[in-house]
Structures are given as structure tokens and as C-alpha cells.
Design a protein around this ligand. Structure first.
Ligand code: AMP
Ligand code: MG
Length: 400
């Protein structure tokens, strides 16, 4: 059986970034840049005042005993560039105003008193004080945001500054979801003996939508050869992924891997040394990937995060993929992991930079109630022994 790392490496090699499209700046939050955003202007675009005050030459203010003649009028933000500073002159400027060439300091109004065409300063100005030089933050032509970056609100601000609207982003993954099992009924339906509610379908749809991915199609499929064959044949070429749950273990009704092969899918791997989630199957047909997640809800969730999420984030061209990782101290003893890499539900708290992980009691891979309380997974390497409370553990954050 392959390890999680090996399975992820297979996916990394197989997955190509999707094509690019244009997104308006208002639509670009959370999207992944397909090309570098380059500054088409300097920032700041001109020498400018950082305060309401007086533009001066610091040495002249000192030499004149802190009293200078004041140029009539003032320069405000949005005004055209003023004429250069005359020798020994002070010019009233507002925050964001272009500075008169020659000025090397701004004295804040709080430190100045203006009277009869002259201005007196309370303190000696320092050269360079309270002004911003053209291009001190960004030089025109510089790469502001590299491709592969997922845009957050600060990135949106930078893109706007660079005049990048619309922006080149990767196409969003298009996904079909299907939950398989004769026992499943919808959340809003009456439930009969032996049946259970389909929680995987809504969970997977939410996991995809949380990432801005497009759920094009949702289905519940019976454990019948004809239905399963139809599902695999019908998955269209335009999809990036078909994500299913159930039907990949060793039971009599676990029909999916064989049906996928019959429908022309190439199995990339089936079964991974992980707990929960061992039965997972992944296949490819042309540009579409099938992720056959196990039916147990915690297994389905863990496999989504370890494999589907990582692969489709790569499809989005994202530089950073997968869950964020933290090192934390376990608040409780942790039993040995067994022979497979193990993921345990945990509640992670962060206090003054210190992370604590509380391993949550769980009845097993069907215990969605325990999983719903978790905000992190503790990762235990295969074969790791018992860990006493206070041990340092690796945690993967579920909500980021
Ligand atoms: P399977 O992988 O098909 O053998 O499913 C394993 C177990 O997971 C089943 O016995 C169900 O109890 C549960 N299960 C399967 N599919 C779902 C689903 N969509 N929602 C909730 N539980 C499920
Ligand atoms: Mg089943």
C-alpha cells in the first residue's frame, strides 16, 4: 500500500493547472493569479506630504531661526505639481499633496504658527521628516504579486494600485459530486428502517463552495452495476473532478473501482496507508480526475483535505496547497498510531502564540459529531508510539 506522501506525489505529477480567464477585480477575491501582476506606476507616484503642514528645506528653517516667509495659498491632494520651493520659503501642504521640488521636510501644522505671511516653527525639522518619496514603496515594472498567489483583500488592493482590472486568473475547478449507497436518503426526506441520511453530499458541496469551486452536478447513486456504470460513463470531459463517496472498500457492493475501469478511467492508486481513509481510489480519464472517497463521513472529510483539496488547488495553479500546519502541545495522552499514518480529530486553541491541541474522543470514522467539533487534525506518523500529555504534535487546520 502506498503512503500518503506517495499518493500526493502521484497527484502532484498528474495535475496540470487549468486554463486562464479574466476576472474583474470585484470578482477576484480568492482566485489564483495566472500571471504576475506588474506595477505600471511608481508608488507613491510622486513626492508627497505625509502630514498637513509646511514644506521646507530643513537647513534653511534652522538657519533662519525657525521663522520663514510663507508662500500664499496651499497645495492640496489632487492638485497639479507646484512650482519649486524658492530659497528660504515655506509652502503650506496637505496630506497627499505633491511637494514643491526642493523641499526636504514637512513640518506638521501642530508644530507651526502662521501670522502675517510668516510661519514660526516650534521645533527644528529633520531632513526627510513627514514626506514620502516617489517610488519608495514600489518601483514601476516591479512584480507586485507573483502568479500562483491566491488573492486576499490586501492583494486586491495591490492589484488595484497596479491598474490590473480585469486580472488573469485560473479557471475555477468544475466538480460533479455523487454519493453512493442504497441506504442513503436526502436530509429533507422521510427515513425508513435501515436507511440513513446522506451527510457526505452536503458536506462535500460545502467543502467545494468554501473554496469557490463550482459544483456543477450532484447525485445520489444506488449500489447497482448499471447505475454506477452510468455515472462513470456520463462524467463529462469538461469536469475537472468527479468526487464520489462510498463503494470503494472490499464489500460485495463496493462496485466503483471496477466500474471506473470499465468506463475507461485509468486507476492512479487504490488504497492508501492512512487512517481513516484507507479505501480511497483515484483515477483519471483525459483531463478529469475521479476521487473515490470512502463512505464513512470522517474518512470522506479527511480524504477530501489530504487529496482532493491539494489536487484541485494545484489545478487552480496555487503556489501553496493543502492545509495550514501548526505545531501544538497535546493536552492529553495520545495512544499509539498503529501501522498507518493517522489523523485524529482535535480542538486547537492558540493563546499568546502558543498552540494547544486537545485530542477529541471519537467512536471512529463514522463519528461525524466528533469531527464536527474538531477544527484541526493531529497527524501521527505510521507506527508512532504512545505520546504523553504535553508532547509536541503536528496539527493540520481544517478551517483555513
Ligand atoms: P462504504 O464506503 O460505501 O462502505 O460506506 C461506509 C459507511 O459509510 C456506510 O455503511 C454508511 O454508514 C456510511 N456512509 C456511506 N455513505 C454515506 C453518506 N453519503 N453520508 C453519510 N454516511 C455515509
Ligand atoms: Mg456503500
Amino acid at each position: 500500500m502506498i503512503t500518503v506522501r506517495e499518493a500526493q506525489a502521484i497527484l502532484d505529477r498528474a495535475m496540470e493547472p487549468a486554463g486562464e480567464e479574466a476576472a474583474s477585480l470585484d470578482d477576484a477575491l480568492g482566485r489564483v493569479l495566472a500571471r504576475d501582476i506588474v506595477a505600471d506606476v511608481d508608488w507613491p507616484p510622486f513626492d508627497t506630504s505625509a502630514m498637513d503642514g509646511y514644506a521646507v528645506r530643513a537647513s534653511e528653517a534652522r538657519a533662519a531661526g525657525l521663522v520663514l516667509p510663507e508662500r500664499p495659498g496651499l497645495v492640496a491632494a489632487g492638485d497639479a505639481f507646484p512650482k519649486p520651493l524658492a530659497a528660504g520659503e515655506a509652502v503650506r501642504v496637505m496630506t497627499g499633496a505633491p511637494l514643491p521640488p526642493g523641499a526636504d521636510a514637512v513640518v506638521p501644522v501642530e508644530d507651526a504658527r502662521s501670522k502675517d505671511g510668516r510661519v514660526r516653527f516650534d521645533r527644528e525639522p529633520d531632513a526627510g521628516a513627514h514626506l514620502r518619496r516617489r517610488a519608495e514603496s514600489v518601483a514601476r515594472g516591479a512584480v507586485l504579486i507573483p502568479r500562483g498567489t491566491r488573492l486576499n483583500p490586501r492583494g486586491i488592493a495591490l492589484a488595484a494600485l497596479a491598474g490590473a482590472d480585469p486580472l488573469p486568473v485560473r479557471r475555477r475547478p468544475r466538480i460533479a459530486l455523487a454519493t453512493t449507497g442504497n441506504e442513503l436518503v436526502g436530509a429533507g426526506e422521510a427515513i425508513r428502517e435501515g436507511q440513513l441520511r446522506d451527510s457526505n453530499g452536503p458536506m462535500l458541496a460545502a467543502l467545494c463552495r468554501e473554496r469557490g469551486w463550482l459544483v456543477e452536478h450532484r447525485d445520489r447513486v444506488a449500489d447497482e452495476m448499471a447505475a454506477v456504470d452510468r455515472m462513470f460513463r456520463a462524467a463529462s470531459d469538461g469536469l475537472d473532478a468527479l468526487v464520489t463517496t462510498g463503494g470503494v472498500s472490499a464489500g460485495d457492493l463496493d462496485l466503483l473501482p471496477a466500474a471506473a475501469e470499465r468506463a475507461g478511467w485509468e486507476i492512479l492508486f487504490h488504497r492508501v496507508s492512512v487512517r481513516p481513509g484507507k479505501p480511497i481510489a483515484v483515477a483519471r480519464r483525459d483531463g478529469t480526475f475521479w476521487f473515490g472517497l470512502p463512505g464513512n463521513p470522517v474518512s470522506a472529510s479527511v480524504c477530501f483535505h489530504l487529496f482532493v483539496r491539494r489536487a484541485l488547488e494545484r489545478r487552480e495553479g496555487a503556489e501553496r496547497t493543502g492545509l495550514a500546519v501548526r505545531t501544538a502541545f497535546s493536552t492529553k495522552d495520545i495512544p499509539p498510531a498503529g501501522p498507518r499514518e493517522t489523523y485524529r480529530d482535535a480542538r486547537l486553541t492558540e493563546e499568546e502564540g502558543m498552540c494547544r491541541a486537545e485530542p477529541l474522543p471519537t467512536a471512529g470514522s463514522h463519528d461525524i459529531a466528533a469531527h464536527a467539533r474538531a477544527n484541526a487534525l493531529i497527524r501521527l506518523p505510521a507506527g508512532s508510539g504512545a505520546l504523553p500529555a504535553g508532547s509536541s504534535v503536528t496539527c493540520l487546520l481544517l478551517d483555513r
